[in-house]
Design a protein around this ligand. Structure first.
Ligand code: 5GP
Ligand code: ZN
Length: 112
């Protein structure tokens, strides 16, 4: 099982901030901003390249959940960033798709 499947299963601890039938969200272990949450589907999908039409609703839920978590923390108006890294050039390290939700400080563009 991959690391995030193990977190989903409760075998590896994480600070969960949201959970439903299809998603879990937890604090990143190495936060890059005051808010750094990962929104993760319970089903294993390795990379964005592995998505098909059956995943469309799931990915929509991930993005809306990220926005809802940012809203709970008061970041809707000042702003926040959502990121999916895919494969080596983007620095993907965990091969189970996850949406990074970052906020609480100004974020530079373009990213490094
Ligand atoms: P990626 O580079 O794959 O887009 O992001 C992986 C993220 O997972 C990184 O931001 C990293 O800090 C986070 N991460 C790696 N291992 C763990 C872990 O065991 N627990 C938690 N909560 N986050 C992790
Ligand atoms: Zn997995």
């Amino acid at each position: 099982m991959c690391l995030f499947c193990r977190i989903v299963a409760g075998e590896v601890p994480a600070k969960r901030v949201y959970e439903d039938d299809r998603l879990v969200a937890f604090d990143d272990i190495n936060p890059q901003a005051p808010m750094h949450v990962l929104v993760v589907p319970k089903a294993h999908v390795a990379t964005l390249n592995d998505l098909d039409t059956t995943h469309d609703a799931l990915v929509g839920e991930m993005i809306r959940r990220g926005a809802a978590i940012a809203a709970e923390r008061g970041y809707s108006q000042r702003g926040f960033r959502t990121v999916f890294n895919c494969n080596a050039d983007a620095g993907q390290a965990v091969f189970h798709i996850h949406l990074h939700v970052l906020g609480g400080r100004p974020l530079k563009w373009p990213p490094g």
